[in-house]
Design a protein around this ligand. Sequence first.
Ligand code: GLN
Length: 224
Amino acid sequence: VLCSCGRSDNKLVMVAEATFPPYEFREGDRIVGIDVDIMTEVAREIGKELVVEDMSFDSVISAVQSGKADVAASGITVTEDRKRQIDFSVPYVEARQVIIVPGNSAIKGRDDLKGKRIGVQHGTTGDAYVTKNIQEPERFPNGALAVAALNAGKIDVIVIDGEPAKIFADRHKNLLILPEPLTVEEYAIAIRKGNTELLEQVNRVIRQLKENGGMAAIRAKYIK
Ligand code: GLN
């Protein structure tokens, strides 16, 4: 369901940056993916209609803080900084930051990154990692635009989450993912501080999906 309507009580509003496959991406004019399926399950459990709104990744947390959205489900990594702004559900998957290079690149790992043109998605943990540990990166609004810049030779590498990276590399056969990950992280759903009722509902559904095989089935639907 795609809608730019505001809050109303029979709706559960989720925000995401919808160019992050397999977690959220467009299929025709619908937004689909692992996060959408998890939140569809939550909405069903609590008898509400799920509404998905697309926005830039660096706005999803403030949309939850301000009450514009009930949840942000956008492949969001749990970090201490973000925990100060919103509450996180229990994590639903482990993730990694990886390096994507053109197949003919001389860059073989993290030690080769210094001085290279490094593309990241603005406001992500990949952005934070590169900024803190290597140098100022080139920031793109989303992964697809970073991939276009890499293919055009405007940057040398991309640092991004591993599962979207795998899908981008499948689409662009000239691209390679380096085997050694830069970080190990966990994704969780962001909920406004104080909304403990919704937090508990989301946690209950995530735990159920992990126990009854639902999570594995959702992942299998999007990860080939
Ligand atoms: N997992 C990364 C983060 O939380 C990137 C998420 C995304 O781009 N949707 O910063």
